[in-house]
Each structure stands twice: as structure tokens, then as C-alpha cells.
Design a protein around this ligand. Structure first.
Ligand code: MF3
Ligand code: CO
Length: 252
């Protein structure tokens, strides 16, 4: 069941999302060769709690950290560790915030120092695909119009979309209906309606779309060992243009 949000609920989701955006903005600037993913996780945990909010992933189904950090061939759900980042790596950072009964969710992938041009292109196409998907989150469309537009952009650029993980509705729960795959034919699934809040997340592999989960029970990696990127925004479907809630917006 898809839960439509009232303007009061949207305001609360917006607050959670603004904390997501602020945290991502600060920690992406910490990313450089030598820093460990655990240091980034610890910073995010403290920062989010200072905002009187809760890092949503900590303890979620037993997840052991406050953010997910996925390096190179890791697609999503990488667990922060003492591993130091190296020049030329790419780092996916995914984080959720719970505040006043509601969730916000966002992710980005950033280069560590200078990276190969093909990795730059992977990041660019994955982010572009997210924005194309968001543009399609309008009331004239159905859920799979988002999916289809993302897949088209990714595959026409020679990359592949992950099949076994998808975007999702968000609100009082971190994961609500509908599921939002990054692939599929257009014109299917529920019609999009004003008041839907959606976490759209593009997960794009440089090689094949096949992924597997490591023995830690969390880390999703590409089967062919090639790199993967991930971007995510929480958005609101409106009667007009979709509104991105996890963008940095000025407080007034
Ligand atoms: N960010 C993921 C999502 O969008 C959730 C992470 S699950 C966790 O669905 F356990 F790692 F928290
Ligand atoms: Co999500």
C-alpha cells in the first residue's frame, strides 16, 4: 500500500532529508586518500545526533554502522572499517536519518583524489540517470516510467543497472511501497500521485549487472569485480515538478 503524505508529514520528512543533505555535503569533503571509512562513519554518527536526529541505518536489521560506505566494486551496503581510502578509488556513501517519526534517505558516490576518466564517466552517468528518473516522477506517469528512463540512459552509455536492489517509498518507514526498480518497460505499475515521497536510487555497474553478497551478510559487490556507483535522493511528487528533498536548501 502506498501512503500519501499530508503537508505536515512532508514538512517532517523534509527536516530529516535536510539533515541527510547537510551530512552528505560535509562528509564528501572529508573524502581523501588515507582517511578510513570508519572515521567518516564516526563523524556522520556524531553530526546527525548533534542535530537531534538518529542515524537510521544503525541497527536496521542488525546493520552495524551509521552509514554505508561502498568502495570500487562494492555496489551498496559496504560496512565502514579501518580500510584507508586510496587515490583513484571511488566511494559510495549512503545515509538515512530518522527525525520526529519520519525518515530521509540519500546517497552519492565520489572520487578519492584523481580517478580514471572511465570512473568519472561512471559517476556522471549514474548521477545523470538519477536526475532523469526524478524528472519522470510526475503525476502523468507510472512508477515504471521512472525505471525505464533510468535504464535507457544507463544502457545507452554502455553501463548496466543492478536488478536485485531497487528504490522505494519512504516516510514513517525507511522502506515503503512502491518498489522503484531501475529497469523495466514504461507505463507499468501504480500511477504517481501528489504526496508520494520516494527514494529513487540509481545503482550502476561498469560491467555486468550481476551482484553477490559477501560473507559479512551485507556488502553487495559486482560478480565481475568491476566498479559500481550509487546515487540517491528522496523526492516528493507534486502536481507540478517533483521536489528533491535531499538537496541542500537554505534555512530561512
Ligand atoms: N540505504 C539503503 C536503502 O536505501 C538502506 C540501507 S540498509 C542498511 O534502502 F541496513 F544498511 F541500513
Ligand atoms: Co534507499
Amino acid at each position: 500500500m502506498i501512503i500519501l503524505k499530508s503537508p505536515e508529514e512532508v514538512k517532517k520528512i523534509e527536516v530529516a532529508c535536510r539533515i541527510v543533505a547537510m551530512t552528505l555535503d560535509i562528509i564528501k569533503k572529508m573524502v581523501r586518500p588515507g582517511i578510513t571509512t570508519r572515521e567518516i562513519d564516526t563523524f556522520a554518527d556524531v553530526y546527525i545526533r548533534e542535530k537531534d536526529a538518529i542515524p537510521a541505518f544503525k541497527g536496521y536489521r542488525g546493520y552495524p554502522a551509521s552509514i554505508c560506505t561502498s568502495v570500487n566494486n562494492e555496489v551498496i551496503h559496504g560496512i565502514p572499517s579501518n580500510r584507508g581510502l586510496k587515490e583513484g578509488d571511488i566511494l559510495g556513501i549512503d545515509l538515512g536519518v530518522y527525525k520526529d517519526g519520519y525518515y530521509g534517505d540519500g546517497a552519492l558516490t565520489c572520487p578519492v583524489g584523481e580517478v580514471e576518466p572511465e570512473l568519472e564517466r561512471l559517476l556522471r552517468i549514474t548521477e545523470e540517470a538519477l536526475y532523469i528518473g526524478i524528472e519522470n516522477a510526475k503525476t502523468i506517469n507510472r512508477v515504471s516510467d521512472i525505471s525505464h528512463s533510468i535504464q535507457k540512459h544507463v544502457e545507452s552509455n554502455g553501463f548496466s543497472v543492478v536488478r536485485s536492489f531497487v528504490g522505494h517509498g519512504i516516510g514513517r518507514d525507511l522502506h515503503e511501497d512502491p518498489q522503484i526498480p531501475n529497469f523495466g518497460p514504461p507505463g507499468r505499475g501504480p500511477r504517481l500521485r501528489e504526496g508520494m515521497t520516494l527514494a529513487i536510487e540509481t545503482m550502476v555497474n561498469a560491467g555486468s549487472y550481476d551482484v553477490q553478497i559477501l560473507d559479512d551478510g551485507w556488502t553487495v559487490v559486482t560478480v565481475d569485480g568491476k566498479p559500481s556507483a550509487h546515487f540517491e535522493h528522496t523526492i516528493l511528487v507534486t502536481s507540478d515538478e517533483p521536489k528533491i528533498l535531499t538537496n541542500l536548501t537554505k534555512m530561512h
